[in-house]
Design a protein around this ligand. Structure first.
Ligand code: PGA
Length: 263
């Protein structure tokens, strides 16, 4: 795992956006796995800025979102369909037919999940999968105890996730949808590269467990230790419980130095 520690959330967002931009410049038909939540918002803002200012072209890009709540209409203000439209899709030029988000209904979900997996394969697989992390170590809506080999399916959300998302649903966890369709841990692991983002003290324990703890279904993000190309981009607060902060910083500084020499 490459651990990139940035001083602030703003820098974290820029670094993550630059990783996506560089990949897009190399491969105009990039397949992106996208995440929702508060953490990637700054990354999407930076990509929108690159599109507006530098003409970064997304017209060949295909996207697959990690997850969507089940039981609210897709045009609900806090659906992930609405989130993506608001923060990214309405602001850059990804063709509508190239954007994929899990459906928001349980009706026919088994067939839907199979077709979602097939669509990822048909697109050539995901090049970069953007990931947030829950306080409980979840990725997507793969809560603790999710099979590390799981595929896209319907999942019941953990209480800590309902609590974290309650502010979007009037403050009460009863109003938060209890289920979601999410890519599985196994689906995520098939991406060529995973880009795990975390900001703030509240994620410090989850990041320490995911990066330096044992690989366990109790912390689904810990399976990323087995992924050959995971970049963890975090701010100082989210890094604060890591044991080897100095080493990670030294590794990254050396990488930048080597890149400078190559230019
Ligand atoms: P957050 O959510 O970015 O809103 O903190 C991350 C997650 O729960 O996966």
């Amino acid at each position: 795992m490459e651990i990139v520690i940035q001083p602030t959330y703003a820098r974290l967002a820029e670094v993550a956006a630059e990783i996506i931009r560089d990949a897009l410049l190399k491969k105009p038909n990039l397949v992106l796995g996208l995440a929702t939540g508060s953490t990637p918002i700054g990354v999407y803002e930076a990509l929108v800025e690159m599109h507006k200012t530098d003409g970064l072209d997304f017209s060949g890009v295909t996207t697959f979102n990690l997850d969507e709540y089940v039981g609210i209409p897709s045009d609900h203000p806090y659906s992930y369909h609405t989130f993506m439209e608001t923060h990214l899709f309405s602001l850059i030029n990804i063709p509508p037919e190239n954007r994929h988000i899990p459906q928001s209904t349980a009706v026919g979900h088994v067939g839907f999940c199979e077709r979602y997996e097939a669509a990822i394969v048909a697109a050539g697989g995901i090049d970069i999968q953007v990931l947030g992390i829950g306080k409980d170590g979840h990725i997507g809506f793969n809560e603790p105890s999710s099979s590390l080999g799981s595929r896209t399916r319907i999942k019941t959300l953990a209480r800590s996730t309902l609590e974290a998302n309650a502010p979007h649903f009037g403050g009460t966890i009863d109003a938060v949808p209890k289920m979601a369709i999410t890519m599985g841990v196994g689906t995520i692991m098939e991406a060529n590269q995973c880009l795990l983002l975390a900001s703030g003290e509240s994620k410090a324990a989850a990041i320490a467990n995911a990066v330096e703890g044992p690989i366990t279904a109790e912390v689904p993000a810990s399976v990323l230790q087995m992924h050959p190309q995971t970049v963890v981009v975090i701010d100082e607060a989210a890094a604060s419980q890591l044991k080897r902060i100095d080493y990670y910083k030294e590794v990254y500084a050396n990488k930048l130095e080597l890149l400078d020499q190559e230019i």
